[in-house]
Design a protein around this ligand. Structure first.
Ligand SMILES: Nc1ncnc2c1ncn2[C@@H]1O[C@H](COP(=O)(O)OP(=O)(O)OP(=O)(O)O)[C@@H](O)[C@H]1O
Ligand SMILES: [Mg+2]
Length: 263
């Protein structure tokens, strides 16, 4: 395997240097037309590690997440999950995509399906579970996100926070190796943000490997092992949260923090 790592992975992860990373992003670049959105991005996420990605609008955070579960292709560099490079397409891709569960800002639930069916669809279609197995597991997961009483409701009957918790249960139903969350609370009314962050923090504490794009600094402080700051397609800093918030190393990060913490 190529190990042309750049300085963004200069220190071993807090989970220990000897374990192979669960997610390895190595020298990834990506352009849309002549707009280069990711510039030689390298980041390792160890099993059980929680990495929070922050950075200004347009810095490439969503694109990075989308590359990890192969909703976008990379132009150069490699991304491996559990040592397996992301395949280009086909059945192997569907399997690997299932290894990286994704939670989006805009929930993306199927409106015509009940909550339980939203959660069981993937496991039946992609993981090959029987309906009964998927329903049993789906109810357990709905219980875990505090929605056991909503299994038969439709998404439109739920609050935004409840819908996002269904989306989290749906992602977990695929037994992903890593959970990618792209601004999971930024479409929510303020009073619903915490219930979603609480669910994510519980997952983090339970050992889920997570890559979370969020500007919720309370969550980053509490749940993250590392904070990654991106700007203009590059990772400028990778730090422990306490260190990052107390003393960001770059002016760009200090400037960004002063803006978001003022809100
Ligand atoms: N499908 C696409 N086609 C063309 N350009 C795109 C596409 N997706 C993203 N971009 C561009 O890539 C750049 C990075 O976008 P990205 O969504 O990754 O940023 P971000 O850090 O997630 O921003 P935000 O905080 O606003 O969500 C932007 O300039 C954006 O316009
Ligand atoms: Mg984004």
């Amino acid at each position: 395997m190529s190990t042309s790592m750049n300085s963004s992975t200069d220190s071993p992860t807090l989970s220990g240097p000897s374990r192979p990373p669960l997610v390895r992003i190595a020298g990834v670049s990506k352009s849309f037309g002549d707009n280069q959105v990711l510039r030689d991005v390298s980041l390792d996420v160890a099993a059980g590690e929680v990495v929070v990605v922050i950075g200004p609008s347009g810095s490439g955070k969503s694109t990075l997440c989308r590359c990890v579960n192969r909703l976008e292709t990379v132009d150069s560099g490699t991304i491996t999950i559990d040592g397996v490079p992301l395949p280009a397409e086909g059945r192997a891709l569907a399997q690997l995509r299932a290894d990286a569960g994704m939670v989006f800002q805009s929930f993306n639930l199927f409106a015509h399906l009940t909550v339980l069916s939203n959660v069981t669809l993937g496991p039946v279609k992609v993981r090959g579970l029987s309906r009964a197995q998927a329903a049993k597991r789906g109810r357990e997961l709905l219980d875990r996100v505090g929605l056991s009483d909503k299994a038969d409701a439709y998404p439109a009957e739920l609050s935004g926070g409840q819908q996002q918790r269904v989306a989290i249960a749906r992602a977990l139903a695929m037994d992903p190796k890593v959970l990618l969350c792209d601004e999971p609370t930024s479409a929510l009314d303020p009073e619903m943000i915490q219930e979603v962050l609480d669910v994510l923090a519980e997952l983090a504490a339970a050992g889920m490997t997570m890559l979370v794009v969020t500007h919720e600094m309370g969550f980053a402080r509490k749940a993250a092992d590392r904070v990654v700051f991106m700007d203009a397609g590059r990772i400028l800093e990778t730090s422990a949260p306490a260190e990052f918030f107390a003393a960001p190393r770059t002016d760009r990060a200090a400037d960004f923090l002063s803006k978001i913490l003022r809100h």
